[in-house]
Design a protein around this ligand. Structure first.
Ligand SMILES: [Zn+2]
Ligand SMILES: [Zn+2]
Length: 252
């Protein structure tokens, strides 16, 4: 075993020790075993424990990755095309930690492993992202691993739920706003209310408009009835928003 590998084993063991007592405390404090049902929604990144007697717990989560019992491989969420960016937030920290410390396993997308591999990577992620707790659940031939990063009260959950929007292409997502021109065009410019990054939690709803709308806005000096009418803002899901951004940042 190489020196680096030994260090990884040591690091993993220390994370395991710390995180298993944290996990015990988490399970006890929230009495997780008293909840008969659970759901999660990738679109808003919320995990919901629900009891038959009507109690709810809500947690923001990060999707760490999945272990396939069919291929005996671990797949980091950032390597999985079907995992939306908003539930990968923070994982890049684990990846760069791996790169800095020579722990290649943390920076490589798909890794051969065994039944322990999923927890190995999940406790390390939990440690690096200061998680409240961890959760594993089966789905067909996969085990999915999540970490919980914060608890939401009912009001906070309802605010997020109100931002859910159905989408023909992505099933559902978080609400975002774009001018009508951006919906069906390419390469027409992309101006944003603030600089968006799908890996960073936004403080506000995503909002963007095209070059022509920007000209109109500057002519009016602000968003007013006239410039708003010109833009005719439409609602899209956040994943569509980033696709629209991708194809409109350049000009013809
Ligand atoms: Zn426009
Ligand atoms: Zn969409």
């Amino acid at each position: 075993m190489s020196g680096t590998q030994q260090t990884f084993e040591n690091y993993k063991d220390s994370c395991f020790e710390e995180m298993s007592s944290l996990q015990d405390a988490f399970m006890a404090m929230y009495d997780i075993n008293s909840y008969e049902n659970w759901f999660y929604d990738h679109a808003i990144g919320v995990f919901n424990f629900k009891s038959d007697d009507g109690r709810n717990l809500y947690f923001k989560y990060v999707d760490v990755g999945s272990f396939s019992t069919a291929s005996n491989t671990w797949n980091w969420s950032w390597n999985n095309e079907s995992t939306p960016y908003n539930v990968q937030r923070g994982i890049e920290k684990v990846k760069s930690f791996g790169e800095t410390h020579g722990f290649g396993q943390l920076a490589k997308g798909l890794i051969d492993g065994d039944e322990y591999t999923g927890w190995d990577f999940t406790v390390i992620t939990a440690k690096l992202l200061s998680a409240l707790g961890m959760y594993r659940f089966p789905h067909e031939h996969l085990f999915n691993y999540f970490i919980f990063t914060s608890e939401l009260n009912d009001d906070e959950y309802n605010v997020l739920k109100d931002k859910l929007i159905e989408c023909d292409r992505h099933e559902s997502g978080t609400i975002a706003f774009v001018c009508k021109h951006l919906i069906s065009n390419d390469n027409i410019g992309f101006h944003e209310a603030f600089q968006s990054n799908p890996l960073i939690e936004p403080d506000d709803d995503y909002q963007a408009w095209c070059d022509e709308c920007e000209v109109e806005r500057l002519k009016e000096g602000e968003w007013n009835d006239k410039s708003m009418a010109f833009s005719d803002i439409k609602l899209v899901c956040d994943q569509c928003y980033f696709e629209i951004k991708e194809r409109n940042q350049t000009h013809n």
